[in-house]
Design a protein around this ligand. Structure first.
Ligand code: ATR
Length: 282
């Protein structure tokens, strides 16, 4: 029988996940279908119960439900618990188990591009919101030793560092301190919404002291190249946009549901087609 998967969110119409997962199911000959479900916050509980009742096998969770869903699940993966957000739910023995594959997706994409592990890197994370939390805790859980955080509101970054359940060394920095220390980092990760369409001429901080050859990543994929990435490239950095994070959070979710690894390159192609962006990014 056809297995049913999906994504719940509000709004959900522009989700790229259905095209990505349905293509992978059909390529791998897995009889399954992935559907976008528009679920309003007030209906979240009913939706989670209803999906169990009708036999949904697993689903993704997106804005605004990633934290609100936690008390509605039967079990929580420890990393998702630390991050405080769930983007992937798996059905196991009729129980809903919540995971967070956002941070894992980012780190997998990063490792794939760099072709090495990250133990010896000195990383700067810009921002201290939900995305920063997922990436920071996942990096720390993988034993990256030096991860600094810079944020407009320093208290938020300090809280993130204090609450990290994994051992790592972190300096909490103001934006101007991070600008001054920019030359110390081998990897810089931009996690704020600054530079996202339509405000594409904004940048979270100056990169004037960036070292040539630094790896600079922006989790934004709309536009495919933010002003921040364009500036980093001008300074001789190796750059990466947010497409790989999106693709690999999907790869990890797919693996958790099916036990099979989908073709990440193919998924990336589907996502770029959805964005209509082949011409923008090389
Ligand atoms: P998400 O869950 O997508 O990460 P979030 O939790 O709202 O979003 O976090 C947004 C991040 O972008 C925060 O680090 C925020 O900085 P503050 O903690 O100081 O609010 C940062 N951010 C958003 N807009 C900003 C702006 N105009 N200037 C500086 N930082 C900004």
């Amino acid at each position: 029988m056809m297995k049913l998967y999906g994504v719940i969110g509000d709004p959900i119409a522009h989700s790229m996940s259905p095209a990505m997962h349905n293509d992978a199911f059909s390529r791998l000959g897995i009889p399954a279908y992935y559907h976008p479900f528009h679920v309003k916050p007030n209906d979240l509980k009913k939706a989670v119960e209803g999906m169990k009742a009708i036999g949904v096998e697993g689903f993704n969770v997106t804005i605004p439900h990633k934290t609100a869903i936690i008390p509605l699940l039967d079990e929580l993966d420890p990393l998702a618990e630390a991050i405080g957000a769930v983007n992937t739910v798996v059905r196991k023995n009729d129980r809903w188990i919540g995971y967070n594959t956002d941070g894992d997706g980012f780190v997998r994409g990063l490792k794939e591009t760099l072709g090495r592990d990250l133990h010896l890197d000195h990383i700067l994370i810009i921002g201290a919101g939900g995305a920063a939390r997922a990436i920071y805790y996942t990096l720390a859980s993988e034993h990256v030793r030096l991860i600094d955080i810079a944020n407009r509101t320093m208290e938020k970054a300090a809280r993130l560092a204090e609450q990290c359940p994994f051992e790592t060394k972190t300096n909490v920095l103001s934006i101007s301190e991070a600008e001054q220390r920019m030359g110390n980092y081998s990897i810089v990760i931009q996690t704020t919404s600054i530079g996202m369409s339509p405000k594409t001429d904004e940048m979270p901080l100056s990169l004037s002291l960036l070292k040539k050859g630094t790896f600079v990543s922006d989790i934004i994929y709309n536009p495919l190249e933010t002003k921040f990435l364009a500036e980093a490239k001008k300074q001789g950095a190796i750059t990466q946009n947010g497409i790989k994070m999106f693709v690999y959070q999907g790869v990890s979710a797919f693996e958790k549901w099916t036990g099979v690894s989908p073709d990440a390159n193919r998924m990336e192609k589907i996502v770029l087609e959805q964005l209509g962006g082949y011409h923008v990014n090389r």
